[in-house]
Structure formats: C-alpha cells, structure tokens
Design a protein. Structure first.
Length: 123
C-alpha cells in the first residue's frame, strides 16, 4: 500500500475543486478556497513556506468576491484564509497585499463589532 503525503492529497483536492469551479462558473468559491487553504497548510508542514504563502494568497483572492457579496456564507473560511496568509507573510518577512486585504479587513471589522454589540444586547 502506498502512502500519500498531505501535500499530495491537498494537490488532488485542489485540482478537483478547480475543476468544479471551472465547470460551474464561480458558484463554488468557498470549496476552492477551503481546498487551497488545506493545501497551503500542507505545504507549510512540508517546509514549503513560499509555496504555502502563494497558495494562501490565492485562497483569499478566490473567496474575496463571494465574501464581499455574501458575507455570512464565507466569513469563517475568509478569517482562516486571511490568518494563514498574513501569518505566512510575516514569517517570511514579506508584506501582504494591502489592496487585497483592505476591503476584507473592513468587513471583518464590521462583523466583529456587530457580533460584540449583539452579545452586549443579550438577555
């Protein structure tokens, strides 16, 4: 029996999600973004931090339009993708793409503030 590495498994998963994304238009960005995020983590575990950074950034890019249009459906995945992307950029002493992140950060900030205020309005 042949064992596959987490990175190879992630490559297969991302290939499947890319195909689904291509075949069905942009209706499945969350699935592709989650696959890319998993791949980024696997690449990082394999010591391929530069590849992991590129993949994490792609995850953010893929999810960004859906996140900005339908926030609730993509919030947790976007939080994870941004966290992975920024952490890797910092680790590699590279500057994250501010133009990519600024609108996302504004929406995440608003959502966090609204969640906080909703907790204060509790029973």
């Amino acid at each position: 029996m042949t064992e596959t590495s987490p990175s190879a498994e992630a490559d297969v998963l991302v290939a499947e999600k890319r195909k689904l994304f291509a075949e069905h238009g942009k209706r499945h960005p969350g699935e592709l973004a989650r696959g890319l995020l998993k791949m980024s983590r696997a690449l990082q575990q394999a010591g391929r931090d530069n590849d992991a950074l590129v993949t994490a950034e792609e995850s953010v890019q893929v999810l960004r339009p859906a996140f900005l249009a339908k926030q609730a459906e993509a919030v947790e995945t976007m939080r994870e993708a941004v966290t992975q992307y920024v952490a890797l950029a910092q680790r590699l002493r590279q500057k994250p793409d501010e133009a990519l992140l600024l609108p996302i950060a504004q929406v995440l900030g608003d959502l966090t503030r609204n969640e906080y205020l909703a907790e204060d309005d509790g029973p």
